[in-house]
Design a protein. Structure first.
Ligand code: ADP
Ligand code: MG
Length: 399
């Protein structure tokens, strides 16, 4: 689960990380009110969407010459104008995709005189299986570009979770940033507190870009992206209220309501499978046969009619889907029950694309019979390879 910048900053501030003062705003009036509570003379009005690159982003409605989603303002009028420009409009950045994201919330924050911009992140390093720091003097810009063009400018080191954050980790961060004296001390402190926040919230990542050095030599977090490990959600009920469902993929959101593990992909063959391993194998074999899966979908162990129907609806709501492959192994769940679910669901959603079904396991013969007698144009398949070849052929035939 990801959260907005203003929520991330409020959270980091609770852990003692220095952030500029600021207030969220849902309307133009709230934005103006927020600026009145700040000391001035410089304010920054920032679009709150779950995507980076806002500063260099463009609003669809405003044309190519208009400013992006992070604007400096010197007066109440400029705050008002910036808020009016952004709220309700669609911001397109390198991270949003071409459709962009509608801006429904703003953050009005203290303008800071920046001397330097650094990058600092804590994330889970899958290779070492440990929390890791990623630090660079090249902050403010797109870190992927830095990683690509000048990889030597990115420093990475991990932390043994058993011993936790040690003073030498703090020194390593300060060194990587080339800081000395008081700023080095500040960097050590910031690193320790960001690590505390990372562990304390079961975060998956905390990315600070930029971590700024101000003209009066203070370290400040000017932008923060925080995502949590959903598997640890039960330990952090208080964080659940930070969720903004309007930022999530509507199909993935719908799937989560039915406890379906659904991830949208770019291909044209919808997949409905039980078990994550079988789902991965199904996607692989579709690719092996020359087409691409439109989604990953694990309906789980107890796939009943309601779940199967919901899964069909979610798959079909993607206009790219030109055919569906159902691949179910009936272990605890019997194939005849599953077949009844598929038939009922296919009738209910008025299935309009080819459907290939491969069933295996308990009561498979009864299951196949139900599919054959359903009156629906279901193409039966005998094994995984057969199923993949058939759905690829069907999709190509229809194209
Ligand atoms: P994004 O990464 O989505 O573009 P940022 O919050 O990083 O958004 O803002 C982009 C740039 O705007 C920053 O790199 C920084 O130079 C400037 N900026 C952001 N917040 C402030 C602030 N409070 N004061 C001064 N400049 C800021
Ligand atoms: Mg940024």
């Amino acid at each position: 689960m990801n959260i907005h910048e203003y929520q991330a900053k409020e959270l980091l501030a609770k852990f003692g990380v220095p952030v500029p003062a600021g207030y969220p705003a849902m309307s133009v009036e709230e934005a103006v009110e927020a600026s009145k509570k700040l000391p001035g003379p410089l304010y920054v009005v920032k679009a709150q969407i779950h995507a980076g690159g806002r500063g260099k982003g463009k609003f669809k409605e405003l044309g190519p010459d208009a400013k992006g989603g992070v604007r400096l303002a010197k007066t109440e009028e400029e705050v008002r104008a910036a808020a009016q420009d952004m709220l309700g409009n669609t911001l397109v950045t390198v991270q949003t995709g071409e459709h962009g994201k509608q801006v429904n919330r703003l953050y009005v924050t203290d303008g800071v005189d920046i001397a330097k911009e650094f990058y600092l992140a804590v994330l889970v390093d899958r290779a070492s299986g440990r929390p890791a720091f990623v630090v660079s003097t090249e902050g403010g810009m797109d870190i992927e570009t830095v990683a690509h063009d000048t990889p030597e400018k990115i420093h990475t080191f991990d932390v043994d979770p058993a011993t936790g954050f040690m003073p030498h980790h703090g020194r390593a961060v300060a060194n990587a940033l080339g800081l000395k004296g008081d700023l080095a001390k500040q960097a050590q402190k910031v690193a320790a507190k960001v690590y505390d926040a990372f562990i304390g919230t079961d975060a998956a990542q905390i990315e600070i870009n930029p971590l700024a050095v101000t003209e009066d030599d203070k370290l400040m977090v000017l932008d923060a992206k925080v995502g949590f490990d959903s598997n640890a959600g039960f330990r952090h009920k208080d964080l659940a209220e930070l969720r903004d469902e309007t930022e999530e993929d509507p199909q993935e959101l719908e799937a989560s309501k039915y406890d379906l593990a659904y991830i949208k992909l770019d291909g044209n063959i919808g997949c409905m499978v039980n078990g994550a391993g079988l789902a991965m194998a199904t996607m692989d074999i579709i690719k092996l046969n020359g087409e691409f899966p439109a989604n990953f979908l694990d309906v789980g162990g107890g796939a009943n009619k309601e779940k199967v129907t919901a899964a069909f609806k979610i798959i079909l709501s993607d206009p790219a889907v030109k055919g569906i492959l159902v691949n179910i192994f009936g272990g605890i769940m019997r194939c005849d029950i599953i077949a009844e679910g598929i038939v009922a669901a296919a009738k209910e959603v008025n299935l309009s694309v080819p459907l290939v079904v491969r069933l295996e396991g308990t009561n498979v013969d009864q299951g196949k019979e139900i599919l054959a007698n359903s009156g629906l144009a279901i193409v039966p398949a005998n094994d995984l390879g057969d199923a993949a070849r058939k759905i690829v052929a069907e999709v190509r035939k229809a194209a």
